[in-house]
Design a protein around this ligand. Structure first.
Ligand code: F6P
Length: 293
């Protein structure tokens, strides 16, 4: 099998921005974050004309199949392309948000979790030394996996996620209760997409107005969550998923996504993987509640 690297995702596919890769092309990168193939959000691929150009490049370069690494958007575009041109596709879930069904873990999620926990641990030093309440915003535009798991792992007192909007009153009550039971510092982890209707800064202001005893600070972790050396878990997962993707294509499979379920690498129809978009575990939410009292 010959392997071709496509730079900048679908945009590079449209432009024919390719490079022949060998096993040596990926030497010394297992420990690095980011991608040497780069990434782009291609508006052109969303158009019929763009996809026609992409297909012409596949034919010209005799590329028989595509391995797509990405999330919801990547897979939706891939399925459309497959429908129009019958080009075999196999997906690998790569997003720190973990919001894809058909796998318990997406690539990058574990690394992001560990980065977030490390960051919260460091912030906690200030929170406890200065008796402060910190609002820490973590990524997760539409889902709370990072907030929930990193929040639990870092011992956050409150976790706000889009899947469970407990309301502002309950947040105040709970913070007030913590104060009364002797907690002098607290960490509130807020997922980017939480549904309180307030930004993390507005949330902090709101709490400051209602609970003036708290000395409040805000920290937005931002894109530092998406970088850095991958954890061993992510390195092993990526290797296993890559092998499964290529072997599945060789078996003639198409329109599937590789995933890990109960430590087994399996494939799921892409349509099912993006349909459900993985909901958060209610048992985990219950554990968080117990642990934060
Ligand atoms: O990949 C999804 C995500 O990590 C979201 O959680 C976050 O909102 C978004 O990416 C940020 O994307 P961008 O770098 O384009 O601002």
């Amino acid at each position: 099998i010959e392997c071709v690297g496509i730079y900048r995702g679908y945009q590079g596919l449209i432009e024919g921005d390719f490079e022949d890769l060998s096993a040596r092309s990926v030497r010394n990168i297992i420990n690095r974050g980011g991608t040497f193939l780069k990434s782009a959000r291609s508006q052109e691929f969303k158009t019929k004309e763009g996809r026609a150009k992409a297909h012409a490049q596949l034919v010209k370069n005799q590329i028989d199949a595509l391995v797509l690494i990405g999330g919801d958007g990547t897979f939706t575009g891939g399925m459309l392309f497959n429908e129009e041109y019958n080009a075999p596709i196999l997906g690998i879930p790569g997003t720190i948000d973990n919001d894809i069904d058909g796998t318990m873990y997406t690539l990058g999620y574990d690394t992001a979790l560990n980065t977030v926990v490390d960051a919260i641990d460091r912030i906690r030093d200030t929170a406890s030394s200065h008796d402060r309440l910190f609002f820490i915003e973590v990524m997760g535009r539409d889902c709370g996996h990072i907030a929930l798991n990193a929040g639990l792992g870092a011992g956050a007192e409150e976790i706000l996620i889009p899947e469970a909007n407990r309301g502002l009153e309950q947040l105040l009550e709970s913070l007030e209760r913590s104060r009364k039971t002797g907690k002098s510092s607290s960490i509130v982890v807020v997922a980017e997409g939480d549904k309180t209707g307030k930004s993390v800064f507005q949330l902090a202001e709101y709490v400051e107005e209602n609970l003036p005893n708290y000395d409040i600070r805000v920290s937005v972790l931002g894109h530092m969550q998406r970088g850095g050396a991958p954890t061993c878990f992510d390195r092993v997962l990526a290797s296993r998923m890559g092998v499964k993707a290529v072997e599945s294509l060789m078996e003639g499979k198409s329109n599937y996504m590789v995933g890990m379920i109960k430590d087994e690498i399996v494939i799921t129809p892409i349509i099912d993987a993006i349909k459900g978009k993985s909901s958060v575990d209610s048992e985990l939410m219950r554990v968080c509640e117990i642990m934060s009292t």
